[in-house]
Design a protein around this ligand. Structure first.
Ligand code: AP5
Ligand code: MG
Length: 232
């Protein structure tokens, strides 16, 4: 079965994985491929912090220290975003849910709407190198890497010519904290999807193009649409 707009209108894709697993890298391509919006809670928080909104002020300390933002702030922001008209034909979630209560709230909100959950698996030792070398564009949010996706010209985005910068939470000690938080607080949420019988795991420790093809293949053929309670 293919995941085209005709037979899967409204389908929600949930992309899970540890920090630095490649969720953002894959989500940009996958969302463009499917014609659905890419919604990253991390990007939403960083945008609020940049604009110095009330939400940004409340979230800033959590991001800088590598801790999770409290569920009530995350849920309010997320449901406000996915309630927008561009999400009516489905959307791709990156970095949400992150806790069991977030996953349960999403399941309740989706009701009978179809969804698919995919987990990018990458070992911890590969993650630290990925996050610590990450470079982001200030203008177009393109994601590069000093070693694995090096810019043609140092400090300049290959996509749009914008300035590349490093995220403040990509310092090695904060990355390690984020990994600890993932194992302690996010792993139970991953188990929740596994227990529903609806989790598809993807080897994220391959070249980006190979990861993308695996994701596409699963969404196009190997993955049954899920709805509330893990029913097809
Ligand atoms: P968020 O922005 O979601 O960060 P994260 O989950 O820690 O994930 P990252 O964005 O670091 O990694 P990624 O998987 O997107 O990897 P990427 O594609 O960039 O969250 C940040 C913070 O916001 C959290 O710590 C928390 O405080 C808060 N927050 C967000 N959502 C929340 C929620 N739901 N609840 C509570 N708090 C929340 O790739 C990484 C690097 O690797 C790049 O340089 C890339 O070029 C490279 N790369 C990618 N793929 C490959 C590959 N296959 N091979 C080699 N290199 C690769
Ligand atoms: Mg990301």
């Amino acid at each position: 079965m293919s995941l085209d707009a005709g037979n899967n209108a409204g389908r929600v894709v949930i992309l899970l994985g540890p920090p630095g697993a490649g969720k953002g890298t894959q989500a940009v391509r996958l969302a463009a491929d499917r014609g659905i919006p890419h919604i990253s809670t991390g990007d939403l928080f960083r945008s609020n912090i940049k604009q110095d909104t009330d939400l940004g002020k409340r979230a800033k300390g959590f991001l800088e220290s590598g801790q999770l933002v409290p569920d009530e702030l995350v849920l309010e922001m997320l449901f406000d975003r996915v309630g927008a008209s561009d999400c009516g034909g489905g959307y791709l979630l990156d970095g949400f849910p992150r806790t069991l209560p977030q996953a349960q709230a999403l399941t309740a909100a989706l009701g009978a709407q179809s969804w698919a959950s995919l987990l990018l698996e990458v070992p911890d030792d590969a993650i630290v190198g990925r996050a610590c070398g990450r470079l982001l564009c200030r203008d177009c949010s393109n994601i590069q890497h000093s070693e694995f996706a090096p810019p043609a010209k140092e400090g300049v985005c290959d996509s749009c010519g914008g300035e590349l910068y490093r995220r403040s939470d990509d310092e090695p000690d904060v990355v390690k904290k984020r990994l600890d938080v993932y194992h302690d607080e996010t792993q139970p949420m991953v188990d929740y999807y596994r227990d529903l019988g609806s989790l598809v795991t993807i080897d994220g420790n391959q070249k980006p193009d190979a990861v993308f093809e695996d994701l596409r293949r699963q969404l196009d053929g190997g993955l049954s649409p899920q709805s509330r309670g893990g029913q097809a």
